[in-house]
Design a protein around this ligand. Structure first.
Ligand code: ATP
Length: 355
């Protein structure tokens, strides 16, 4: 196991990249600490698989370096990097038994049979595959086969990291959440560095201690689930994480204090923005807005029942502002005022947080 460091990485699938858009990965430097549980989260096409394949060695980056601990591995092929990778679709040998499938990565590395037996049974028990060990893999459902793939990724103790590329896509929804919590448990037991690629925020937030959020080939924030929720560094993070996402509202600055819709908005500090043409916005999550006797004047447009809370959609001019009201809480029928919690009101310049 080792720390993984990516230094000044950039990747383009084109032979002669010119514009910013030609780069599938924009320049990034990222450190993945030894034994960490990471999620790589972002919408389809943002570059997650590209980044994962660069770490595993399936792809050589156009620019930059990949280090495992103190060793540069940028030019080492995938089979020399000692990485286990679990893909979206099962990779199993249909004609082999479940046992032999799980034993395969160990036999390939000449591990002795008694150790293999112990390890295979341990992993099979963790994944509820013990009863199927003697069956041929071909007889298993898609779920069962993907569990074998997971098992093959988890069975080796000596790997530098285990990479999961949307491994639960083919899994039945009911089993999905069981496996998701199981993977988290396995990380705690095994302690390997794990990087889990997904576009699903629930999967990312339940699995990872640290979430790496990507947008359009760029890492926009690395943080704990709480940090991403409470201090989104980029409006994309505020938008993408949370349900509903953060409200992003165009604002102005008056002596370092944000003004929205003609009213001063309280935050915890003052803001300094050097670029006078910067696009300025306030970010406030629906969880941190409440109705008040005075504040930002809105009209109430829609109330949706979301279980223990109601999502209330209000309008101020052209802006829709969403807030959460606990089930049974008072929702004014027409005109109302909103109060933003100053501790959770952030200011953004050109989408990046400045306070
Ligand atoms: P998804 O969640 O859909 O798998 P992703 O976040 O993993 O998406 P990538 O598959 O890494 O994103 O793709 C990033 C960008 O690179 C996309 O614009 C994609 O079209 C492009 N791309 C990916 N693979 C190739 C390839 N082999 N050749 C050319 N372009 C590619």
């Amino acid at each position: 196991m080792s720390k993984i460091t990516l230094k000044n990485l950039r990747h383009s699938y084109l032979s002669n990249p010119q514009s910013d858009d030609d780069w599938a990965l924009k320049e990034m430097s990222v450190e993945w600490s030894d034994g960490g549980a990471y999620a790589l989260l972002g919408p389809s096409g943002c570059g997650k698989t590209t980044l994962l394949n660069i770490i595993s060695g399936l792809l050589t980056p156009t620019e930059g370096e990949v280090w495992f601990g103190d060793v540069e591995v940028s030019h080492l092929p995938a089979d020399k990097r000692n990485i286990a990778q679990v893909f979206q679709f099962p990779v199993v040998y249909d004609t082999m038994t479940v046992y032999n499938n799980l034993a395969f990565p160990l036999r390939n590395r000449d591990v002795n049979e008694s150790e293999i037996d112990w390890k295979v049974r341990e992993i099979a028990a963790m994944l509820d595959l013990s009863d199927t060990l003697k069956k041929r893999a071909s007889g298993l459902t898609a779920d069962g086969k993907q569990k074998i793939s997971l098992g093959r990724g988890l069975v080796r103790a000596d790997v530098n990291a285990i990479l999961f590329d949307e491994p639960l896509t083919v899994i039945d929804p009911h089993l999905k959440w069981i496996l998701r919590s199981k993977l988290k448990e396995l990380h705690q037991q095994i302690g390997n560095t794990m990087i889990y690629v997904t576009h699903d925020q629930t999967e990312a937030l339940t699995f990872a201690d640290q979430v790496v959020v990507m947008q359009e080939g760029e890492v926009v924030q690395i943080g704990t689930p709480v940090e991403l929720f409470e201090r989104p560094q980029h409006t994309f993070v505020g938008h993408f994480i949370g349900s509903p996402g953060m409200n992003v509202l165009a604002c102005e600055l008056d002596q370092g204090r944000p003004v929205y819709g003609g009213s001063a908005v309280e935050t915890t500090g003052t803001v300094a923005v050097e670029d006078p043409s910067a696009r300025l916005e306030i970010g406030i999550r629906p969880e941190f807005i409440s109705f008040a006797d005075q504040g930002i004047a809105v009209s109430v447009e829609k109330v949706s029942d979301a279980g223990r809370v109601n999502i209330v959609e209000t309008r101020h001019g052209d802006d829709i502002i969403k807030l959460l009201v606990p089930d049974g809480g008072h929702v004014p029928s027409e005109n109302a005022f909103l109060k933003f919690d100053p501790d959770h009101t952030q200011v953004y310049a050109n989408a990046w947080m400045v306070s």
